[in-house]
Design a protein around this ligand. Structure first.
Ligand code: GLY
Length: 248
């Protein structure tokens, strides 16, 4: 019988995702998600109530450290043991007093981190994927827009506990009202006759883009506030902490 004892790490979570062809590693901008259902990180854990990118917690120095001490050693080790890794490597980190600890690795992008990271990618994602497959990531210059992104998740009332489905969603942007600085991702929705209705716990992810996190946040909440369905819930403080950090 073995007993595994792990140290509890109390800090701030940060996601750094990278693509690798097994040799070259290209990290993506750092993102932070909020998992608790209620404002100020209260209530039950969910699949993610929102995210923002770039997260101010992921300073250049911290990103360099994660590259040197987490991503590079991991990719090198997998190659050394004869299982070279090609694809997306997701490092879920806990930052404790400025020191990064790995909580988990995933071989995929995160949800809802993807919603705030990929819209900032200027290079065609297909070119990145092909360079990964063909082991020529070193030759590709992967570019990012330099904008900020904030995604607010709208859920069914009661989620992550029991919730009702089939509620009609109104106020979704249309081709004539949609702005180029926002995107509404459908997660748990369905079409019923002419209506879009809820069909899951996490219903929509509303993305706002802007030149700063503050602008992106304003854009996201502007769209969130036009959308409604019976029982709708969302957090009102996505990116609050990041904005407090950026303002010192
Ligand atoms: N956002 C956490 C995950 O995708 O695993």
């Amino acid at each position: 019988q073995q007993v595994w004892v792990e140290q509890f790490r109390d800090g701030e979570e940060l996601t750094i995702t990278a693509v690798t062809d097994g040799k070259t590693i290209v990290p993506m901008p750092p993102a932070e998600e909020r998992e608790r259902v209620g404002d100020r990180d209260t209530g039950l854990n969910t699949g993610g109530m929102g995210a923002y990118c770039p997260a101010p917690l992921g300073t250049i120095a911290l990103r360099d450290q994660v590259f040197r001490e987490v991503l590079q050693p991991m990719v090198d080790a997998m190659a050394r043991v004869g299982s070279p890794f090609q694809g997306v490597l997701y490092a879920g980190l806990m930052i404790v007093s400025g020191i990064p600890y790995v909580l988990e690795f995933n071989a995929r992008m995160g949800d809802p981190e993807t919603q705030v990271v990929l819209p900032l990618l200027k290079t065609d994602l297909l070119d990145v994927i092909e360079a990964v497959i063909d082991h020529r990531l070193e030759q590709l210059s992967v570019e990012w827009s330099g904008e900020a992104a904030v995604c607010v998740v709208m859920t069914s009332g009661g989620y992550p506990g029991a919730y009702q489905q089939g509620k009609v969603i109104t106020g979704l942007p249309t081709t004539s009202t949609a702005s180029s600085s926002s995107v509404v991702f459908h997660a748990g929705t369905a079409q019923r006759d002419k209506d879009i209705v809820t069909a899951g716990g996490r219903v929509l992810g509303v993305l706002g883009l802007g030149s700063t996190l503050s602008d992106a946040r304003r854009e996201a909440y502007q769209v969130v506030n036009t959308i409604s369905f019976e029982g709708c819930h969302f957090r009102t403080d996505i990116a609050h902490r990041a904005l407090r950090m950026s303002c010192g």
